[in-house]
Design a protein around this ligand. Structure first.
Ligand code: HSE
Length: 326
């Protein structure tokens, strides 16, 4: 049964959130960037029975659990119910997975964001963005096992963000130079974030740490000044990438191809296996995407999908939808 909704809440909403690039090379767990496509979406409807249920999952479904406590979108919606105290609220979710699973493109984070935002709209709670972020991070943790917010925050806020570590989940929105484009290429491999985190160990050599924190500062300064040289020389990861890239056949050749085609920088997207490049302008981005695909194909016989777009500045989107008849 549908159509019973809270005063101030919507009967039904459709919410979509984009794929994201976590880390942006140098900012392990703290930098993230939203791209235009692909995206995940949820249609959420108020229902009479209390509780959050996942009615259907469409698209790249894989092993995604339909149990709302273990599904990113469901767990994020439950966190909203918990935070608002709306225990009698009933929500039926239909999830549309457009972002490839286990691809390093923030799919579980985008699902968590759509779950949190949809629940907030249907309940009519009017949570702040920071509160929605907290609920979405709870969803991401339940769905993927990762507590990092570097995918959740850009999926919610859009643009390029810095998430300060710690419980406060403070987000700093960084400037996006007008011509900045992002390319993401997903070779047809799967990597679980949990596994890719396990290879990292606990310690970072001092020399690598110095390089990495200089690069995070230089990247930030480069964005503020639209300084392409500084942006380019700072898109480097000497901490996680060296330990992870060996799991991706053709990675070194893909990097060479990206840089030869004019990329500003190249690295893993989040924990991989997708890779990303940042570029100045759309033409460069198209060349870079084609070069990376070709390199994976020729050096490792891997098929790939590729997306190229300007940085997505808006993040999550909400539309009201007509409620279904009972
Ligand atoms: N920053 C994470 C990692 C990606 O590299 O493991 C998912 O948030």
């Amino acid at each position: 049964m549908t159509g019973t909704h809270s005063p101030g809440g919507a009967a039904a909403v459709r919410v979509s959130a984009p794929a994201t690039i976590g880390n942006i090379a140098c900012g392990f767990d703290v930098f993230g960037l939203a791209i235009a496509r692909p995206s995940d979406a949820v249609v959420a409807r108020a229902k009479a029975e209390p509780g959050v249920t996942i009615e259907r999952i469409r698209g790249d479904v894989g092993p995604i659990p339909a149990d709302s406590a273990r599904n990113s979108a469901g767990a994020a919606a439950r966190a909203v119910v918990e935070m608002t105290g709306a225990r009698s609220a009933g929500l039926a979710l239909e999830l549309h997975k457009g972002i490839p699973l286990a691809g390093g493109m923030g799919g579980s984070a985008s699902s968590a964001v759509v779950g949190a935002v949809a629940a907030d709209r249907v309940i009519g709670a009017g949570l702040s963005r920071r509160q929605l972020l907290q609920c979405a991070v709870a969803g991401e943790l339940a769905g993927s096992g990762s507590p990092a917010a570097d995918n959740v925050a850009p999926a919610l806020y859009g643009g390029i963000v810095l998430v300060l570590p710690g419980k406060s989940l403070q987000v700093v929105e960084l400037p996006v130079p007008a011509e900045l484009w992002a390319v993401v290429v997903r070779p047809h491999l799967e990597t679980r974030t949990e596994d890719a985190r396990r290879v990292l160990g606990e310690h970072v050599p001092l020399k690598a740490a110095v390089t990495q924190w200089a690069n995070t500062a230089a990247f930030t300064a480069g964005l503020y000044a639209s300084d392409w040289d500084l942006i380019s020389r700072s898109i480097r990861d000497v901490v996680a990438e060296p330990l992870r890239a060996g799991r991706i056949p053709g990675f070194a050749r893909a990097r060479e191809a990206a840089l030869a085609a004019g990329a500003l920088g190249f690295s893993l997207s989040g924990s991989g296996p997708s890779v990303f490049a940042l570029c100045r302008g759309g033409e460069a981005a198209q060349h870079v995407a084609a070069g990376i695909r070709r390199a994976f194909g020729e050096s490792a016989a891997l098929d790939c999908e590729a997306w190229a777009s300007p940085v997505n500045r808006h993040g999550v989107r909400v539309e009201d939808v007509e409620p279904e008849g009972d």
